[in-house]
Design a protein around this ligand. Structure first.
Ligand code: SF4
Length: 368
């Protein structure tokens, strides 16, 4: 039997994908939106919240990233955050409507010393009834298995760009390293979050080739973040030419067509997009965002802005299938915090001089 037009495919050719990019915009949007409607509630957007659990001093040289130790961007370096604080932030995120809590660390890969604390974070956040996601750099097979056993639902590891353009962006880890990590994540039974960054001086054909790489992962990544470069002074990319916003929307639409069952996420760079552009990307098939930039219980202006936008567009946050009730959440949080205080993992940040300001930054150059 011939596959239906929207069945996931893993064999897109460059010719086919370039033909999608070349469609008149209205035709492309119509096609993408039709496929989107067949697979998702068109008015639901999945909402995640992100916390940087270890900021700066990364040994990798990703040219877009203010957290790379190779560039002087004035970013405060911070040690791994204490487990208790992570759990408090997770609870705050849940209270602001997040269904998934993403934790990111600026590492080449997790060290033996820090890994037990990371596992405790996963268990604690999971016990609050949130989906868990982490981005910690490269993983080996055993690390992937341990994270999966601790309850990690998603692992983020982006391909960033096409294999051909990749060495213009990063030289300290290879494209194959990235594919290997994704393979370990999948083999360990976790869901994959993987996408890339647009506006780094790449050509349209690089965007097409990056999407082809993502679409060759079988099954497709459950989450595909499409980032717009955030130019940060001090990084080699701070002067790169702006990407045409229409080209960004086109890429979202092509991603939706190629990976019809994946959540396509508007990620870094969203704060710089107009409401109208965001509305267009939702129509083109984007259905996941990070909600606000701060996870504190105090006012969250970005989250308020997002709520207003959702209201104006008639969009609602996608709901989890099996929500955990409030009392269970509270009990789990208290228990997790008590356990942490009594355990070896508890680390009292009040005894350090770590800057809290850096915690507001997203990990991996704002690109999960
Ligand atoms: S993008 Fe991630 S791996 Fe690359 S320098 Fe930034 S923190 Fe390190």
């Amino acid at each position: 039997m011939a596959p239906s037009p929207t069945s996931p495919r893993y064999n897109w050719s460059l010719e086919e994908v370039e033909a999608l990019f070349a469609l008149p915009l209205n035709d492309l949007l119509f096609k993408a939106h039709s496929i989107h409607r067949e697979n998702f509630d068109p008015n639901a957007v999945q909402v995640s919240t992100l916390l940087s659990i270890k900021t700066g001093a990364c040994p990798e040289d990703c040219k877009y990233c203010p957290q790379s130790g190779h560039y002087n961007t004035g970013l405060a370096k911070e040690q791994l955050m204490e487990v208790q604080k992570v759990l408090q932030q997770a609870k705050a995120a849940k209270d602001t409507g997040a269904s998934r809590f993403c934790m990111g660390a600026a590492w080449k890969s997790p060290s033996k010393k820090d890994f037990p604390a990371v596992l405790e974070m996963v268990k604690g956040v999971k016990s609050l009834g949130l989906e868990t996601c982490m981005t910690l750099g490269m993983l080996d097979k055993d690390q992937a298995k341990e994270l999966s056993s601790a309850g990690l639902d998603y692992y983020n590891h982006n391909l960033d760009t096409s294999p051909e353009y990749y060495d213009q962006i990063i030289t300290t880890r290879s494209y194959q390293d990235r594919l290997d990590t994704l393979s370990h994540v999948r083999d360990a039974g976790m869901k994959i979050c993987s996408g890339g960054i647009l506006g780094m001086g790449e050509q349209e054909t690089d965007r097409a080739k990056m999407l082809i790489q993502l679409s060759r992962l079988a099954p497709h990544p459950e989450s595909v973040p499409i980032n717009m470069l955030v130019k940060v002074e001090g990084t080699p990319m701070d002067q790169v030419e702006d990407l045409d916003p229409i080209d960004f929307v086109r890429t979202i639409a092509v991603a939706r067509i190629m990976m019809p069952e994946s959540h396509v996420r508007l990620s870094a760079g969203r704060e710089e997009m107009s409401d109208e552009m965001q509305a267009m990307t939702f129509f083109a098939g984007a259905n996941s965002i990070f909600y606000g930039e701060r996870l504190l219980t105090t006012a969250n202006p970005q989250a308020d802005k997002d709520r207003q936008l959702f209201s104006r567009l008639g969009i609602h946050p996608e709901r989890r299938e099996a929500p955990v009730d409030e009392a269970t959440h509270e009990a789990a949080l208290k228990e997790a915090i008590t356990e942490q205080k009594n355990g070896e993992m508890f680390y009292d940040a009040s005894q350090t001089n770590l800057s809290e300001a850096g915690r507001e930054r997203k990990p991996c150059g704002l690109v999960v």
